[in-house]
Design a protein around this ligand. Structure first.
Ligand SMILES: [Zn+2]
Length: 580
């Protein structure tokens, strides 16, 4: 099965590449290009270039490149058809398929998402209007989660019943099981997975309903306060962040994402005017989560007690900071309150806590040192020792040195002594190889190819194979020339080296006059040709040579340019044919 070619083109031409990529990457205008931080490798300075004119992007750090479909496939882990479908939906284009429609796997996923979506609506309307949900409504109102909040976040109520959802949803028991909405109990009967719980639907970052978190009401005998959907074929806890579907715009805009522990914390941040919060769904933060967040922002604020996560967590955070070039900091809240509660009692405290978040290590050091200065020399030594243990977890020697100075000031022991004393314990630094950086090559032949891709009509009439001395440029030129200017076709036919060059050229920000560039290429090619002909004796060849030299001079005179260029191109071609 495939999508009708014409529809692909319609999707491609309807959407600006920078609009699509801009949803994932904060792009800045640089010349005629857009530049941002590459979503496919960790970097601090942008080497990710996007050109709307050519519809191509290219990262000069890691080499990732392609068109709008490639981008969405890679960034969202979709196959080609899914990427096209997603973009078509965005562009409001109804796709036509050549045979059979969508793949079975995709159809299945779509069906499952539809079932979960149905359940979202079912639980939601139950909460809003059913008499048995009154207690739940009262509870949510007390916590500031009623009304618009409940509607925005599609909160729901799972009734206190064995199988009301299973019977009421109108979906096969197989689908109910596959989405984790129900299971077959020991008596062999279909039973709802969630019962007497306030329901928080969980969506993927693209807004597909995939799972639920359910919370008991106060006073319930159920020992599990929160319960999450089991993993299914459409839901993986370690790769899902609750709230990202609502938060991603503000997260990108602020280059900051706030990670909470609970659904109500996320909603609390939104209510408090800080709509950048997400939550893990009943798991610790994983590397997959970090990778997912890094697509949207590089500053990560932990809004939970990160220290309580223990020693292993600290190691992981430092490693992720290096590997993904994210900055992890920790927000501190007034004692014993979580963000969900604070959003009701003191919403401004939430924004303040995020603004005043401390770097992860700073937070840990401060936890050890506490508020008061130690009294006895023994106390000071013990405190220094404990603080330095925390400091020494950090992989960067400079960072360790700076924090050692802080500890030193607090306990009154010279920093040098602290560092000396703890040197024995220092662990090896984790090294991350920096991404390879290759700047776009800016030689004249490359520029000409870039112009050819981007402004075909302006330069195509001036160019021919013989103008390209560089072998890769020559092959790239031929691929484009043979394709009649279509980047897609050219890329398909180019060899890997030439393709790589074309990908760079397609996004290069060339601000050059096509005619000037063409003239300088012609001049260079003629000079190369002339230098081959040093030992000429026959009069014809000598005349040719002096003709060519005269024509080169004419190239710079506006009146005769075109004619001179054509003569020289013709001459170059004949020379090349003669050589065979
Ligand atoms: Zn990259």
């Amino acid at each position: 099965m495939a999508i009708v070619e014409e529809d692909l083109e319609r999707v491609r031409s309807t959407l600006a590449l920078s609009d699509v990529i801009g949803e994932y990457v904060a792009l800045k205008r640089v010349g005629r290009s857009w530049v941002g931080l590459c979503p496919f490798h960790a970097e601090r300075t942008g080497s990710f270039h996007v050109r709307d004119e050519t519809g191509r992007y290219k990262c000069f750090g890691c080499g990732a490149g392609g068109d709008v479909f490639r981008f969405v496939q890679d960034v969202d882990n979709l196959d080609f058809v899914a990427a096209v479908e997603k973009l078509a939906a965005k562009a409001g284009i109804q796709l036509r398929y050549t045979t059979g429609g969508e793949s079975r796997e995709r159809q299945r996923r779509k069906q499952l998402v539809e079932v979960v979506d149905k359940a979202v609506d079912w639980f939601h309307s139950r909460l809003l209007s059913s008499p048995d949900a009154r207690e739940a409504r009262d509870y949510l109102r007390r916590r500031g989660l009623a009304g618009d909040v409940a509607r925005t976040f599609k909160l729901g109520w799972a009734p206190d019943s064995w199988d009301e959802l299973s019977r009421g949803l109108g979906v096969s028991s197989e689908m109910l099981r596959e989405t984790g909405l129900s299971f077959t109990n020991r008596a062999g009967r279909q039973q709802d997975s969630f019962r007497a719980r306030v329901m928080f639907p969980i969506f993927t970052e693209t807004g597909d309903a995939v799972a639920f978190g359910g919370r008991i009401l106060p006073g319930s005998a159920d020992p599990a306060k929160y319960k999450n959907s089991e993993a299914t074929s459409i839901y993986a806890k370690s790769k899902t962040l609750y709230g990202l579907n609502w938060a991603k715009g503000p997260v990108v805009a602020a280059n900051q994402v706030i990670v909470c522990e609970g659904y109500t914390d996320v909603i609390g941040f939104h209510r408090a005017g800080v709509p950048r919060a997400v939550a893990t769904c009943g798991t610790a933060l994983t590397e997959d989560h970090v990778r997912l967040m890094k697509r949207f922002a590089s500053r990560v604020v932990l809004a939970f007690d990160a220290d309580a996560a223990g020693q292993g967590a600290a190691d992981k955070f430092y490693e992720w900071e290096r590997k993904y070039e994210v900055e992890v900091s920790v927000a501190r809240f007034p004692d014993g309150q979580d963000p969900g509660e604070l959003s009701v009692t003191d919403p401004s405290a939430l924004a303040a806590a995020v603004d005043e978040a401390l770097p992860f290590l700073g937070y840990r050091v401060q936890r050890v040192l506490g508020g008061r200065a130690p009294a006895s020399p023994e106390d000071r030594a013990r405190l220094a020792d404990r603080a330095m243990q925390v400091v020494n977890e950090h992989p960067d020697a400079n960072v360790r040195g700076l924090y050692a100075a802080q500890v030193a000031a607090h306990v009154g022991i010279p920093a040098r002594d602290l560092v000396e004393a703890s040197k024995k314990r220092v662990r090896p630094i984790i090294r991350v190889t920096p991404a390879r950086r290759t700047e776009p090559s800016e030689n004249a032949e490359f520029v000409a190819i870039a112009l050819l891709l981007q402004r075909w009509d302006d330069i195509a009439p001036w160019l021919m194979e013989e103008l390209f001395a560089d072998e890769t440029c020559r092959r790239a030129f031929l691929a484009v020339a043979d394709s009649g200017g279509s980047i897609e076709v050219a890329l398909e036919h180019a060899d890997p080296e030439a393709r790589e060059l074309l990908e760079r050229a397609a996004v290069a920000d060339v601000d050059a006059d096509p005619e000037v560039e063409a003239r300088s290429l012609i001049t260079a090619a003629v000079r190369r040709e002339l230098s081959r002909r040093t030992q000429l004796t026959d009069p014809d060849s000598m005349r040719e040579t002096s003709d060519a030299q005269r024509r080169i001079k004419e190239l710079d005179q506006t009146t005769a340019t075109q004619e001179a260029a054509e003569a020289l191109l013709g001459w170059l071609q004949r020379r090349s044919e003669e050589r065979g």
